[in-house]
Design a protein around this ligand. Structure first.
Ligand SMILES: NC(=O)c1ccc[n+]([C@@H]2O[C@H](COP(=O)([O-])OP(=O)(O)OC[C@H]3O[C@@H](n4cnc5c(N)ncnc54)[C@H](O)[C@@H]3O)[C@@H](O)[C@H]2O)c1
Length: 261
């Protein structure tokens, strides 16, 4: 069993993609901690996979710390952190702007990942290394006119993962992201019919979970695995931005040339 005796903490594990990852990892031998604000569904998923449920609002850093502590207490450590909890935004920046909901969505979709990494790191390092995989989105790789704030926080997760990847790889912690297009979960329930009418193919949860497994098996770090209908998932190849030049046109020694176009 590939993940025998590995311990996985999954935020947003009560439904959708997180529940799919919980089922798959448990089926491959992992011990799973489902962390969510939805206690009813979270307990059901945890019972189904013989795991543990913890109530966890990822926008509160203490909750993530408590969830990691619960994983360590119940199963002896932590090997995989799946930072997946997320919500849609549903407003623009005009008359429809909602400042309170803005803070809420940033608190979950971005702060929740930051707090999750911070909470998981000591336990992962105590095991000599491990994995962190965040659920970003295609909305973090391309423009998302229908939900600009969601695009902004998912792009921030992409930037965070790319920056952390090389740094934490040195400690044996592989940080990667999975970036799904539209997938068949509660988050798209309000506009699924419109997507289908427009001819947009919708991913299954299993399609997204497959990409999770690819990211966990890859040995890479700082990678953002896109998940698009009808094509295999791969790490997105980011175009390199132009690097700095001195006044006389030479490369700047402090700058890493592999990072520039
Ligand atoms: N389904 C898609 O089309 C799609 C596409 C790209 C990215 N994503 C991302 O995938 C992730 C999972 O979403 P999903 O599609 O499975 O939707 P979902 O609504 O089925 O699942 C999201 C889960 O997050 C939980 N959650 C919400 N707020 C929380 C909080 N404050 N603390 C802890 N848990 C919380 C919910 O209770 C739910 O169980 C999200 O980050 C979402 O942005 C989804």
């Amino acid at each position: 069993m590939e993940f025998q005796d590995k311990v996985a903490w999954i935020t947003g594990g009560a439904n959708g993609i997180g529940a799919g990852v919980a089922r798959r990892l448990a089926g491959l031998g992992a011990k799973v901690v489902v962390a969510d604000v939805d206690a009813e569904r979270g307990k059901a998923v945890a019972d189904e996979v013989d795991g543990l449920f913890v109530t966890c609002d990822v926008s509160d850093p203490r909750h993530s710390e408590q969830a990691v502590a619960a994983a360590v207490e119940a199963f002896g450590g932590l090997d995989i952190a799946v930072l997946n909890a997320g919500i849609a935004t549903g407003f623009g920046l005009g008359d429809d702007f909602d400042a309170e909901r803005y803070r809420r969505v940033m608190g979950i979709n971005l702060d929740g990942v930051v707090y999750g990494v911070h909470a998981a790191l000591p336990a992962l390092k105590a095991r000599g290394g491990g994995h962190i995989v965040a659920t970003a989105s295609m909305a973090g790789l391309m423009a998302m006119p229908m939900d600009p704030v969601y695009g902004a926080n998912k792009a921030a997760v992409v930037g965070l993962v790319r920056a952390l990847g090389p740094t934490l790889a040195a400690d044996g912690v592989a940080v990667n992201a999975v970036c799904p297009a539209f997938a068949d979960t509660n988050i798209i329930a309000g506009f699924k019919t419109a997507l289908e009418s427009a001819g947009m193919p919708i991913l299954t949860v299993d399609d997204v979970v497959d990409a999770y497994l690819s990211a966990l098996r890859s040995g890479g770090a700082g990678q953002c695995w896109y998940v698009q209908a009808g094509r295999p998932s791969e790490p997105f190849k980011f175009p390199n931005p132009p690097g700095p030049r001195t006044a006389s046109g030479e490369r700047v020694a402090l700058h890493d040339p592999s990072q520039e176009g």
